[in-house]
Design a protein around this ligand. Structure first.
Ligand SMILES: Nc1ncnc2c1ncn2[C@@H]1O[C@H](COP(=O)(O)OP(=O)(O)OP(=O)(O)O)[C@@H](O)[C@H]1O
Ligand SMILES: [Mg+2]
Length: 246
């Protein structure tokens, strides 16, 4: 089963008298284990597409299915359930809470899942280990580098064991070395633990590290390419524990 399916999905925004077509008849599917980059120039519809996939917004027309369910048929409560159980999110600016430690930040999404404190700690520590940051569990974000902060954000996205992690320009606040290390880390989580990723990027330097690339132009999906990505992990990639997180 496809995790996500778009059939001729269009998204229009009304700005005063002007109608903007942010996505224009996009058909697309994500399967379990996929690792997909969405690319395209500024304003081409990348954020719009990720927001639709994450059920944060609804299409103007066309059909979207998530986990086999037609999203338009779900009420608010069912949508909330679907969002919190299906997706993990990574943001461009990390969105960590400054007064909380790395471990407390990672544990945040678990508060909705009705787990014991002990289980929450264990899951958070496992997720930090998977991104190579177990030694930094007690550090606050301002005590971490940019690359480490974004790895905490990856751990926070992993901790609920989502079906799919969505990331809108997750490398945009990182320098090239850290940006490539982050993509390699995501690839490693994909290869070792089967975590499915869909992320957007402007950055052509990252795309040589990605197998499946979807390109948007003016809201239209213009190209889908697959190519053999480098399989060698970068030396800066942290090693995960054999038991993993999933
Ligand atoms: N809430 C909104 N209201 C009106 N128009 C919007 C809204 N969000 C996006 N748009 C328009 O939809 C189009 C696509 O925007 P989107 O943010 O998806 O592009 P993007 O590819 O993510 O761009 P960037 O690379 O700059 O982040 C743009 O023309 C934008 O102006
Ligand atoms: Mg965007």
């Amino acid at each position: 089963m496809n995790l996500v399916e778009f059939a001729s999905v269009t998204k229009r925004y009304q700005l005063g008298d002007v109608e903007v077509v942010a996505l224009d008849g996009v058909s697309f599917a994500v399967q379990p284990g996929d690792f997909v980059a969405i690319t395209g120039p500024s304003g081409s519809g990348k954020t719009t597409m990720l927001n639709l996939i994450g059920c944060l917004d609804a299409p103007s027309s066309g059909e979207m299915r998530v986990m086999g369910k037609a999203v338009s048929s779900l009420d608010e409560q069912a949508l909330d359930q679907l969002r919190s159980r299906t997706f993990g999110m990574i943001f461009q600016n990390f969105n960590l809470i400054p007064v909380l430690t790395a471990e407390e930040n990672v544990a945040l999404p678990l508060h909705l899942h009705g787990l014991s404190r002990q289980e929450m700690r264990k899951r958070s520590q496992d997720a930090l280990r998977a991104v190579g940051l177990e030694r930094f569990a007690g550090f606050r974000p301002d005590q971490l580098s940019g690359g480490q902060r974004q790895r905490v954000a990856v751990a926070r996205a992993l901790v609920t064991r989502p079906q799919l992690i969505l990331a809108d320009e997750p490398t945009a606040s990182l320098d090239t070395t850290n940006a490539i290390a982050l993509v390699e880390l995501m690839k490693q989580l994909n290869a070792d633990h089967g975590v499915t990723f869909v992320f957007s990027t402007h950055d052509d330097r990252l795309l040589q590290h990605v197998r499946r690339i979807v390109e948007l132009r003016d809201g239209k999906l213009s190209v889908t390419r697959e190519h053999a990505a480098h399989q060698e992990p970068a030396s800066s990639v942290p090693q995960t524990d054999d038991q993993g997180v999933l």
